[in-house]
Write a protein that binds this ligand. Sequence first.
Ligand SMILES: NC(=O)c1ccc[n+]([C@@H]2O[C@H](COP(=O)([O-])OP(=O)(O)OC[C@H]3O[C@@H](n4cnc5c(N)ncnc54)[C@H](O)[C@@H]3O)[C@@H](O)[C@H]2O)c1
Length: 256
Amino acid sequence: MKSYTGQVVVVTGAGSGMGRAMVGEFTARGAYVAALDINLSKARETVEGLSSPKMADPFEVDVADAQSVGACIEAVIDRWGRIDLLCNNAGVLDAHTPAHETSPVEWNRVLSVNLTGPFLMSRAVIPQMLKQGKGAIINTSSTSGFSAAGGGTAYTASKHGVIGLTRQLTFEYGALGIRVNSICPGATATPLALPQHNEASPDMDLAISKVPARRWCRPEEIAKLAAFLGSDDADYVHGSAYVMDGGWLTGARDPF
Ligand SMILES: NC(=O)c1ccc[n+]([C@@H]2O[C@H](COP(=O)([O-])OP(=O)(O)OC[C@H]3O[C@@H](n4cnc5c(N)ncnc54)[C@H](O)[C@@H]3O)[C@@H](O)[C@H]2O)c1
Protein backbone atom coordinates (compact mmCIF):
# COMPACT_ATOMS: atom_id res chain seq x y z
CA MET A 1 0.00 0.00 0.00
CA LYS A 2 1.53 3.30 -1.13
CA SER A 3 2.12 5.62 1.79
CA TYR A 4 0.97 9.23 1.84
CA THR A 5 2.72 10.00 5.13
CA GLY A 6 3.02 13.75 5.66
CA GLN A 7 1.19 14.65 2.45
CA VAL A 8 -1.81 16.95 2.35
CA VAL A 9 -4.84 15.84 0.33
CA VAL A 10 -7.92 17.93 -0.42
CA VAL A 11 -11.14 16.02 -1.19
CA THR A 12 -14.36 17.76 -2.31
CA GLY A 13 -17.72 16.12 -1.78
CA ALA A 14 -16.19 14.52 1.31
CA GLY A 15 -19.48 14.25 3.18
CA SER A 16 -20.81 11.26 1.28
CA GLY A 17 -20.18 8.38 -1.12
CA MET A 18 -16.86 8.29 -2.94
CA GLY A 19 -15.53 11.44 -1.24
CA ARG A 20 -16.10 9.90 2.20
CA ALA A 21 -14.32 6.72 1.06
CA MET A 22 -11.40 8.81 -0.26
CA VAL A 23 -10.99 10.55 3.11
CA GLY A 24 -10.83 7.10 4.75
CA GLU A 25 -8.33 5.75 2.21
CA PHE A 26 -5.94 8.72 2.32
CA THR A 27 -5.94 9.06 6.12
CA ALA A 28 -5.33 5.30 6.44
CA ARG A 29 -2.25 5.84 4.25
CA GLY A 30 -0.93 8.61 6.52
CA ALA A 31 -2.12 11.77 4.74
CA TYR A 32 -3.62 14.85 6.35
CA VAL A 33 -6.94 15.32 4.62
CA ALA A 34 -9.04 18.43 4.16
CA ALA A 35 -12.57 17.06 3.92
CA LEU A 36 -14.56 19.65 1.96
CA ASP A 37 -18.28 19.67 1.42
CA ILE A 38 -21.10 22.16 0.93
CA ASN A 39 -22.72 20.35 3.83
CA LEU A 40 -20.35 20.94 6.75
CA SER A 41 -22.16 18.60 9.12
CA LYS A 42 -21.76 15.71 6.65
CA ALA A 43 -18.06 16.51 6.24
CA ARG A 44 -17.76 16.54 10.03
CA GLU A 45 -19.55 13.18 10.21
CA THR A 46 -16.99 11.76 7.74
CA VAL A 47 -14.10 12.94 9.91
CA GLU A 48 -15.69 11.75 13.17
CA GLY A 49 -16.19 8.30 11.63
CA LEU A 50 -12.49 7.83 10.85
CA SER A 51 -10.32 5.43 12.81
CA SER A 52 -7.84 8.34 13.15
CA PRO A 53 -10.02 11.50 13.17
CA LYS A 54 -7.03 13.71 14.02
CA MET A 55 -5.71 13.14 10.47
CA ALA A 56 -8.55 15.11 8.86
CA ASP A 57 -10.40 18.40 9.27
CA PRO A 58 -13.80 19.26 7.82
CA PHE A 59 -14.17 22.46 5.76
CA GLU A 60 -17.25 24.06 4.26
CA VAL A 61 -17.07 25.00 0.58
CA ASP A 62 -19.36 25.57 -2.36
CA VAL A 63 -17.17 24.46 -5.26
CA ALA A 64 -19.35 26.46 -7.65
CA ASP A 65 -18.55 29.75 -5.90
CA ALA A 66 -15.14 31.34 -6.54
CA GLN A 67 -15.12 33.30 -3.27
CA SER A 68 -16.02 30.29 -1.19
CA VAL A 69 -13.33 28.22 -2.94
CA GLY A 70 -10.68 30.91 -2.46
CA ALA A 71 -11.40 31.30 1.26
CA CYS A 72 -11.44 27.55 1.82
CA ILE A 73 -8.13 26.89 0.05
CA GLU A 74 -6.55 29.74 2.00
CA ALA A 75 -7.74 28.08 5.22
CA VAL A 76 -6.34 24.68 4.15
CA ILE A 77 -2.93 26.21 3.34
CA ASP A 78 -2.98 28.09 6.68
CA ARG A 79 -3.66 24.78 8.41
CA TRP A 80 -1.03 22.52 6.76
CA GLY A 81 1.17 24.78 4.61
CA ARG A 82 0.93 22.73 1.41
CA ILE A 83 -1.37 20.75 -0.88
CA ASP A 84 -0.02 17.62 -2.55
CA LEU A 85 -3.20 16.23 -4.08
CA LEU A 86 -6.56 17.72 -4.98
CA CYS A 87 -9.47 15.34 -5.60
CA ASN A 88 -12.25 17.18 -7.41
CA ASN A 89 -14.92 14.66 -6.53
CA ALA A 90 -18.05 16.72 -5.65
CA GLY A 91 -20.83 16.33 -8.17
CA VAL A 92 -24.59 16.38 -8.65
CA LEU A 93 -26.84 14.35 -10.90
CA ASP A 94 -29.52 15.87 -13.12
CA ALA A 95 -33.06 14.58 -13.54
CA HIS A 96 -32.12 12.48 -16.62
CA THR A 97 -34.00 15.00 -18.76
CA PRO A 98 -33.45 15.52 -22.51
CA ALA A 99 -32.37 18.96 -23.73
CA HIS A 100 -35.83 20.41 -24.42
CA GLU A 101 -36.97 19.51 -20.91
CA THR A 102 -33.82 20.89 -19.23
CA SER A 103 -34.30 24.44 -17.95
CA PRO A 104 -31.37 26.87 -18.12
CA VAL A 105 -31.51 26.94 -14.31
CA GLU A 106 -31.05 23.16 -14.12
CA TRP A 107 -28.30 23.25 -16.77
CA ASN A 108 -26.42 25.90 -14.79
CA ARG A 109 -26.91 24.07 -11.48
CA VAL A 110 -25.31 20.88 -12.83
CA LEU A 111 -22.58 22.53 -14.90
CA SER A 112 -21.60 24.90 -12.08
CA VAL A 113 -20.91 22.07 -9.62
CA ASN A 114 -19.63 19.36 -11.98
CA LEU A 115 -17.46 21.43 -14.35
CA THR A 116 -17.01 24.97 -13.01
CA GLY A 117 -16.29 23.41 -9.58
CA PRO A 118 -13.18 21.47 -10.69
CA PHE A 119 -12.04 24.53 -12.65
CA LEU A 120 -12.39 26.89 -9.67
CA MET A 121 -10.78 24.44 -7.25
CA SER A 122 -7.85 23.76 -9.63
CA ARG A 123 -7.42 27.48 -10.27
CA ALA A 124 -7.18 28.09 -6.51
CA VAL A 125 -4.81 25.18 -5.75
CA ILE A 126 -2.44 25.28 -8.74
CA PRO A 127 -0.45 28.37 -7.57
CA GLN A 128 0.46 26.48 -4.36
CA MET A 129 1.45 23.38 -6.36
CA LEU A 130 3.57 25.53 -8.70
CA LYS A 131 5.35 26.95 -5.65
CA GLN A 132 6.02 23.40 -4.45
CA GLY A 133 7.13 22.32 -7.96
CA LYS A 134 4.91 19.27 -7.57
CA GLY A 135 1.30 18.25 -7.17
CA ALA A 136 -1.48 16.09 -8.54
CA ILE A 137 -5.13 16.64 -9.38
CA ILE A 138 -7.77 13.98 -9.85
CA ASN A 139 -11.07 15.00 -11.42
CA THR A 140 -14.07 12.71 -11.10
CA SER A 141 -15.79 12.33 -14.45
CA SER A 142 -17.99 9.30 -15.20
CA THR A 143 -18.79 6.74 -17.86
CA SER A 144 -21.02 9.67 -18.87
CA GLY A 145 -17.76 11.35 -19.90
CA PHE A 146 -17.63 8.88 -22.81
CA SER A 147 -21.18 8.00 -23.68
CA ALA A 148 -24.72 9.36 -23.60
CA ALA A 149 -27.67 8.04 -21.58
CA GLY A 150 -26.05 7.59 -18.13
CA GLY A 151 -27.60 10.93 -17.20
CA GLY A 152 -29.53 13.72 -18.93
CA THR A 153 -28.15 16.44 -21.21
CA ALA A 154 -26.57 18.52 -18.46
CA TYR A 155 -24.88 15.64 -16.62
CA THR A 156 -23.43 14.06 -19.77
CA ALA A 157 -22.15 17.41 -21.07
CA SER A 158 -20.61 18.24 -17.70
CA LYS A 159 -18.78 14.90 -17.43
CA HIS A 160 -17.46 15.11 -21.01
CA GLY A 161 -16.24 18.59 -20.02
CA VAL A 162 -14.36 17.21 -17.02
CA ILE A 163 -12.27 15.00 -19.32
CA GLY A 164 -11.53 18.02 -21.54
CA LEU A 165 -10.55 20.09 -18.51
CA THR A 166 -8.24 17.27 -17.38
CA ARG A 167 -6.50 17.13 -20.77
CA GLN A 168 -6.09 20.91 -20.99
CA LEU A 169 -4.67 21.17 -17.46
CA THR A 170 -2.24 18.37 -18.32
CA PHE A 171 -1.14 20.29 -21.42
CA GLU A 172 -0.67 23.47 -19.38
CA TYR A 173 0.93 22.11 -16.19
CA GLY A 174 2.36 18.61 -16.84
CA ALA A 175 5.84 19.96 -17.59
CA LEU A 176 5.66 22.11 -14.44
CA GLY A 177 5.30 19.13 -12.09
CA ILE A 178 1.53 18.86 -11.83
CA ARG A 179 -0.09 15.62 -12.96
CA VAL A 180 -3.80 15.75 -13.77
CA ASN A 181 -5.99 12.70 -14.38
CA SER A 182 -9.65 11.81 -14.28
CA ILE A 183 -11.55 8.89 -12.85
CA CYS A 184 -14.62 7.61 -14.69
CA PRO A 185 -16.77 5.46 -12.41
CA GLY A 186 -19.67 3.37 -13.59
CA ALA A 187 -22.67 2.60 -11.40
CA THR A 188 -21.37 3.06 -7.86
CA ALA A 189 -23.34 2.36 -4.69
CA THR A 190 -23.60 5.86 -3.20
CA PRO A 191 -26.50 8.12 -2.19
CA LEU A 192 -26.19 9.90 -5.57
CA ALA A 193 -27.19 6.78 -7.48
CA LEU A 194 -29.10 4.66 -5.00
CA PRO A 195 -32.18 6.77 -4.21
CA GLN A 196 -33.39 6.20 -7.75
CA HIS A 197 -32.06 2.68 -8.03
CA ASN A 198 -32.82 1.00 -4.78
CA GLU A 199 -30.56 -2.00 -4.31
CA ALA A 200 -33.51 -4.33 -3.70
CA SER A 201 -35.65 -3.16 -6.62
CA PRO A 202 -36.22 -4.98 -9.94
CA ASP A 203 -34.86 -1.82 -11.59
CA MET A 204 -31.63 -2.48 -9.73
CA ASP A 205 -31.49 -6.06 -11.00
CA LEU A 206 -32.03 -4.82 -14.54
CA ALA A 207 -29.29 -2.22 -14.17
CA ILE A 208 -26.74 -4.68 -12.93
CA SER A 209 -27.69 -7.37 -15.46
CA LYS A 210 -26.22 -5.05 -18.11
CA VAL A 211 -22.89 -4.66 -16.29
CA PRO A 212 -20.40 -7.47 -17.07
CA ALA A 213 -19.18 -7.48 -13.43
CA ARG A 214 -22.84 -8.03 -12.33
CA ARG A 215 -22.58 -5.73 -9.32
CA TRP A 216 -22.33 -2.12 -8.25
CA CYS A 217 -18.92 -0.58 -7.80
CA ARG A 218 -18.06 0.13 -4.16
CA PRO A 219 -16.95 3.69 -3.31
CA GLU A 220 -13.88 2.20 -1.57
CA GLU A 221 -12.74 0.77 -4.93
CA ILE A 222 -12.84 4.25 -6.48
CA ALA A 223 -10.87 5.57 -3.48
CA LYS A 224 -8.13 2.97 -4.09
CA LEU A 225 -7.89 4.04 -7.73
CA ALA A 226 -7.56 7.66 -6.58
CA ALA A 227 -4.79 6.62 -4.17
CA PHE A 228 -2.90 5.00 -7.05
CA LEU A 229 -3.35 7.96 -9.43
CA GLY A 230 -2.27 10.46 -6.79
CA SER A 231 0.89 8.56 -5.87
CA ASP A 232 4.39 8.43 -7.34
CA ASP A 233 3.55 4.95 -8.67
CA ALA A 234 1.53 6.84 -11.29
CA ASP A 235 4.34 9.31 -12.05
CA TYR A 236 4.08 8.68 -15.80
CA VAL A 237 0.27 8.81 -15.85
CA HIS A 238 -0.76 12.22 -17.16
CA GLY A 239 -4.05 13.33 -18.72
CA SER A 240 -5.72 9.93 -18.57
CA ALA A 241 -9.37 9.09 -18.04
CA TYR A 242 -9.39 5.93 -15.95
CA VAL A 243 -12.59 3.92 -16.34
CA MET A 244 -13.78 1.75 -13.42
CA ASP A 245 -17.18 0.51 -14.55
CA GLY A 246 -17.26 -3.29 -14.24
CA GLY A 247 -17.00 -3.43 -18.03
CA TRP A 248 -20.21 -1.53 -18.73
CA LEU A 249 -18.77 0.72 -21.44
CA THR A 250 -17.82 -2.36 -23.49
CA GLY A 251 -21.52 -2.66 -24.26
CA ALA A 252 -22.12 1.12 -24.18
CA ARG A 253 -25.69 0.79 -22.95
CA ASP A 254 -27.30 2.77 -20.16
CA PRO A 255 -27.32 0.47 -17.11
CA PHE A 256 -30.40 2.27 -15.84
N1 LIG B 1 -22.50 7.17 -7.88
C1 LIG B 1 -22.33 6.91 -9.17
O1 LIG B 1 -22.88 5.94 -9.72
C2 LIG B 1 -21.42 7.80 -9.99
C3 LIG B 1 -21.02 7.34 -11.27
C4 LIG B 1 -20.14 8.12 -12.02
C5 LIG B 1 -19.65 9.31 -11.52
N2 LIG B 1 -20.05 9.74 -10.28
C6 LIG B 1 -19.47 10.99 -9.80
O2 LIG B 1 -18.74 10.71 -8.61
C7 LIG B 1 -18.67 11.88 -7.79
C8 LIG B 1 -19.07 11.54 -6.38
O3 LIG B 1 -20.41 11.12 -6.40
P1 LIG B 1 -21.10 10.23 -5.27
O4 LIG B 1 -21.81 9.17 -5.99
O5 LIG B 1 -20.15 9.90 -4.19
O6 LIG B 1 -22.20 11.30 -4.79
P2 LIG B 1 -22.81 11.67 -3.34
O7 LIG B 1 -24.10 12.36 -3.64
O8 LIG B 1 -22.82 10.49 -2.46
O9 LIG B 1 -21.75 12.73 -2.78
C9 LIG B 1 -21.56 13.97 -3.41
C10 LIG B 1 -21.12 14.98 -2.34
O10 LIG B 1 -20.86 16.22 -3.02
C11 LIG B 1 -21.33 17.27 -2.17
N3 LIG B 1 -21.60 18.47 -2.98
C12 LIG B 1 -22.63 18.69 -3.83
N4 LIG B 1 -22.57 19.93 -4.32
C13 LIG B 1 -21.48 20.52 -3.78
C14 LIG B 1 -20.89 21.80 -3.90
N5 LIG B 1 -21.45 22.75 -4.67
N6 LIG B 1 -19.77 22.07 -3.21
C15 LIG B 1 -19.21 21.12 -2.41
N7 LIG B 1 -19.72 19.90 -2.23
C16 LIG B 1 -20.84 19.60 -2.92
C17 LIG B 1 -22.61 16.71 -1.55
O11 LIG B 1 -23.01 17.42 -0.38
C18 LIG B 1 -22.21 15.26 -1.28
O12 LIG B 1 -21.67 15.12 0.03
C19 LIG B 1 -19.58 12.91 -8.48
O13 LIG B 1 -18.78 13.79 -9.24
C20 LIG B 1 -20.45 12.07 -9.38
O14 LIG B 1 -20.94 12.78 -10.48
C21 LIG B 1 -20.93 9.02 -9.52
